[in-house]
Design a protein around this ligand. Structure first.
Ligand code: FMN
Length: 344
């Protein structure tokens, strides 16, 4: 079967994508996951180059003092952008950290026309719309043994590796999760930050109560982050205790570039898993404090520096049946600006 659909050349193909095309791609990319749905990114298009910046005003200093997760989130939106451009007939050429004097300037993106759009790219773009973070107890993912090598192969194009934890690791991870929660029980600054960003009904950012589990259901996911009690009640067919597969994404180092690139890998894994019909939940409380991060490193010694744990499983509900977490309007994160002299 030919899985490539030939694209008729569009009028803007020679010069580059129009601002409308770029804006639409950015709007789709902004469905990317981010720590507490902070969406810590800004985009500027100068007519030729699209620039991605981090938004330091959206750094969570108590949860993420070094900005590691801010960069993971921005990496995820960058990878989502590549997919969003691909289905519009454009390949992105990305230069990461193009300006050594500005660490908030994360990427400069130029474009070349794509000769065709693959079915896989269509599926990934559709997965961007369908994916949601699922915090409910998940059943073991079907055909997982076939999926693991696909993830390993997928990440060959990314600067992060995946380590698949055995179910024996659950006890130690659950203990690391409890230890993290216990250390934070009296951390009033952390708790204030968590309460600011999660558990109420914000319109465009933060994690609303509608997508957080009730306290009873949270107890059925011993590896989950402790959030304020929410309103999501698990389906009757959900397992009593979470039995998802666990994937650790790790990097060679812990520098800004490692984190940005790991965020790109996170996006790739989440979208691939969504295409395969799995539910996913990103977990980072396990890598925020040195003690719990050391537990993850011990369980996945070959992963390098552990950045993220992902739960992957079978959900009782279709992802699109679950409420979706809102995003800021694209025009509050995307701007046009005259072209600068710098060439990337
Ligand atoms: C770097 C990063 C860290 C995250 N950490 C957690 C976490 O510890 N627990 C959790 O339930 N979700 C976590 N998430 C998921 C976000 O809460 C979620 O992406 C955001 O609320 C938007 O919702 P959506 O993914 O359903 O679109 C994380 C996402 C990212 C990118």
């Amino acid at each position: 079967m030919n899985t490539n659909s030939l694209m008729p050349p569009a009028p803007d193909m020679i010069a580059g994508p129009t601002p409308e095309t770029v804006r639409a791609a950015v709007a789709l990319a902004c469905r990317a996951p981010s720590l507490h749905n902070t969406q810590p990114w800004k985009w500027v298009f100068d007519g030729v180059v699209l620039h991605l910046y981090s938004d330091p005003a959206r750094l969570l200093p108590e949860t993420d003092p070094f900005g590691r997760q801010l960069l993971l989130s921005c990496g995820a939106v960058l990878d989502h952008l590549k997919v969003a451009l691909a289905v519009r007939g454009w390949r992105a050429l990305v230069v990461r950290f193009p300006d050594p004097t500005r660490l908030d300037h994360l990427a400069a993106i130029t474009f070349t026309p794509a000769r065709f759009v693959t079915m896989a790219e269509h599926f990934l773009a559709e997965a961007i719309e369908r994916r949601r973070t699922d915090r409910s107890p998940l059943s073991p993912p079907a055909d997982w043994a076939d999926f693991e090598p696909r993830i390993t192969e997928l990440l060959e194009d990314y600067a992060a590796t995946a380590t698949f934890l055995t179910q024996d690791s659950r006890g130690d991870l659950a203990q690391a999760s409890r230890m993290t929660a216990a250390r934070r029980r009296y951390d009033s600054m952390y708790r204030a930050e968590l309460r600011w960003w999660t558990g109420h009904s914000t319109q465009v950012d933060g994690v609303p109560a509608s997508v957080l589990a009730t306290s009873g259901d949270s107890a059925r996911v011993p590896l989950g982050r402790t959030f304020p009690a929410g309103q999501t009640i698990s389906a009757e067919s959900a397992p009593e205790i979470d039995a998802s597969a666990l994937v650790v994404l790790g990097t060679e180092g812990d520098h800004p570039l490692d984190c940005l690139r790991c965020g790109e890998a996170l996006s790739a894994v989440l979208l691939e898993a969504t295409v395969a019909g799995y539910a996913t939940c990103t977990l980072t409380h396990l890598t925020e404090l040195p003690a719990s991060r050391a537990v993850v490193a011990q369980l996945a010694p070959e992963c390098g520096v552990p950045q993220v744990v992902i739960r992957v499983g079978a959900a009782a509900n279709e992802p699109s049946d679950r409420p979706r977490t809102a995003r800021r309007d694209v025009d509050s994160v995307f701007a046009m600006r005259p072209q600068t002299a710098r060439a990337y």
